[in-house]
Design a protein around this ligand. Structure first.
Ligand SMILES: *Cc1c(COP(=O)(O)O)cnc(C)c1O
Length: 378
């Protein structure tokens, strides 16, 4: 028998989440963000569900090639644009739209010969201070791009630093709208958090309030929401946003120990039993992508019953408390199924709960799913 760990990807959940994003987007078109191999899910695997999007946004040219090889003829956008002048050849060959965020990229475009071959999104730095032109530089950069023969349509975009938090998007949104005021071109502002928090509420799709329309622009760029992770972690959580987990990670118990009060479990003896207890060993470790920093107490589901991990996560094993499982009348023995996150039969455990306990985000856990874990598409 092969090691009993398995990830599953639900196309139905992906379709549902994309429909949620569309409802929130109103009349704006939807880029499905599939960077980092579709947040760890696999571009080839998610494609049958996400091809219902209007375009794909990513940053790795090999991933753009993969989408074209899958038969995608629609828009693809490079979120970080070109990394060097040679990438412009690839953009022409694969018909990629690309972000321009730095003067070097404008310089590369200026030395191209073919007319109107590049469709670009000029990026405004609206306060995140990562990529993009400042409000003071933006209009001159726009003017310069418009004068380059190789450049066709120029669209406008920005990315919010605090769409998920209390600070919200107001200041950055105002910076964007006032900077591009009067300039022609499509607009793109929202990631998942901005889309779900400030887009159309469900059932409100026809309302078309001016401020909502301005925020949504012409294109929205949801990533995490498509995969069923909450862009706002646990407050509010994925259920609040009506998202379904696309990825589930399931394994089995491979060993059981009965320990006495006072005995320790795992490397470093970091967990010590306060009473006699039964410990299950699950085939799951940090080499599978489970976070090594998950502390004792991190939730996990054994045989449909919610329990906790005990002791340090090792490379290939995690130790769990079987007592709540036994107390619920389940066997909790070798072979019992263990849900690490996602859904299995009637049980559900949010990836954001595991992430929160481990001091990280659902984003990181999805992206970290290891190659050695077999993946089944449902
Ligand atoms: C990753 C990314 C997104 C998607 O962000 P989510 O929080 O996953 O929705 C949108 N826009 C840009 C520029 C990004 O890099």
């Amino acid at each position: 028998m092969t090691r009993p760990i398995q990830a599953t990807i639900s196309l139905e959940a992906l379709r549902h989440n994309l429909a949620r994003a569309r409802a929130a987007a109103g009349r704006a078109r939807v880029w499905a963000v599939v960077k980092a191999n579709a947040y760890g899910h696999g571009i080839e695997r998610v494609f049958p569900a996400l091809r219902a999007a209007d375009g794909f946004a990513l940053l790795d040219i090999a991933e753009a090639e993969a989408l074209r090889a899958l038969g995608w003829g629609g828009p693809i956008m490079l979120l970080e644009g070109c990394f060097g002048p040679d990438d412009l050849d690839t953009c022409e060959r694969l018909n990629l739209w690309h972000v321009v965020h730095d003067p070097a990229q404008i310089h590369w475009l200026a030395s191209r010969r073919k007319a109107r071959t590049h469709r670009v999104f000029l990026k405004l730095n609206s306060g995140m201070n990562r990529l993009g032109f400042t409000p003071g530089q933006y209009r001159a950069a726009w003017q310069r791009l418009r004068e380059i023969p190789a450049v066709g349509a120029v669209s406008h975009m920005t990315h919010f630093a605090t769409a998920d938090g209390d600070a919200g998007i107001d200041a950055a949104r105002e910076a964007f709208l006032s900077t591009i005021d009067g300039l022609p071109g499509e607009r793109s502002l929202c990631n998942s958090a901005a889309l779900l928090r400030f887009g159309h509420a469900a059932g409100d799709a026809g309302a078309a309030r001016r401020d909502v329309v301005d925020t949504l622009g012409d294109w929205v760029r949801p990533g995490i929401a498509l995969y069923g992770g909450s862009p706002t972690a646990l407050a509010p959580d994925a259920a609040h946003w009506k998202l379904q987990p696309a990825m589930s990670l399931v394994t089995r118990i491979i060993g059981v120990q009965s320990i006495a009060a006072g005995e320790a479990v795992g490397y470093g003896a970091s967990f010590r039993a306060g009473r006699a207890m039964r410990i299950g060993v699950a085939a799951l470790g940090y080499a599978d992508g489970y976070p090594r920093h998950a502390p004792s107490g991190t939730p996990i589901v054994v045989d449909g019953v919610r329990t906790r991990i005990c002791g340090r996560v090792s490379m290939d094993m995690v130790t769990v408390d079987l007592d709540p499982v036994r107390a619920a009348g389940r066997a909790a023995e070798v072979g019992s199924p263990v849900l690490c996150w996602g859904r299995h039969r009637d049980a559900e455990l949010g990836i954001d709960e595991v992430a929160e306990a481990s001091g990280t985000l659902g984003y990181e856990l999805m992206c970290a799913l290891a190659r050695r874990v077999p993946v089944q598409v449902l």
